[in-house]
Design a protein around this ligand. Sequence first.
Ligand code: PMP
Length: 379
Amino acid sequence: MTAPVSLAWLDDAAEKRRVAGLHRTLLPRTSGSRLVDLASNDYLGLVRHPEVVAGAAAALRRWGAGSTGSRLVTGTTAEHELLERELAEFVGAEAGLVFASGYAANLGAVTALGGPGTLIVSDAGSHASLVDACRLSRSRVQVAPHADVEFVETALATRAEPRALVLTDSVFSADGDLAPLQALHRVCRAHDALLLVDEAHGVGVRGVGGRGLVHEVGLAGEPDVVVTATLSKSLAAQGGIVLGDSRIREHLIDTARTFIFDTGLAPAAVGAARSALRILREQPERATAVLQRAADLARITGVDAPESAVVSVILGDPTIAVGAAAACRERGLHVGCFRPPSVPAGTSRLRLTARADLETADLDLIASVLGDVLAEARV
Ligand code: PMP
């Protein structure tokens, strides 16, 4: 018998990450945790809402634990189709198609709408799932400097490909800033391109009653705008969706590989997302509250007023950011800590996310802990 292949290179790679402050550890949550959560994406504070849990439980009891197959075979329940219609109606799109995750929705949409003969222009700050989607799509890809509409226009105007697809997040996940959607749409219109907008951090936060940034800037229902979103942030569940013209839905059903070859989303997640959406419709003030709490977090940490739920406190060095996050945790605050490759080198940070249900007592604790921790970290 020959020896198994050596895994020593993994030790070397791990050591390099440790030295660079880029080693990661999993920190399991404990169900009775008293930590104030400033790290999750549960923007509307709905993940434990009794109606959301009941929605999941009802779907679980009715349809079982798993969806049992691909959407095209046995993995579509009435619940999936209802969520697709309800979410499409909510954001003002003609149709929706649920995927197993937001990541799969982006991979599926971009690969099905791209391919040879399509130029893709993607913002440099686009989410990793869009980056991977570009790579998988076998399109020619141009990465536009962040929010650089002129670059996008030149790329579209000078292309040889008959079709083009422009990709951007609506709310960028690391900095929480907004894409120039109207200007991007104008150049897409002028140059026969589709605009695909990832609203993972926009739905539930921006727009009237949380209908998203695309809705807010008046682009809802435009046939040349495709929206992707996750069900795992404001909608407190799991899964993803592509929203747009019904011909796009048809095209994805027939050609999106992450739709065709992936098992359908578990019914409980669909039931939870439907309940969360119902609550958001009935209580639109939850969306407003997220932005108000984000403004509170920005004031406490002395950073610019945020445009979304994401408040980034840049500390620079990854070791300092990790130390600050650990100090917060010891004093009862769970904050996000973003380091390369999630953010550019030199911009490691605490990433705080606002939740609609943060209370005054939480904000008092946050002010006290972050006041001390940031004073030390920023020295
Ligand atoms: N897009 C963006 C902008 C995201 O932040 C995320 C989740 N981190 C995703 C897509 C992927 O969504 P999901 O977690 O549902 O796969």
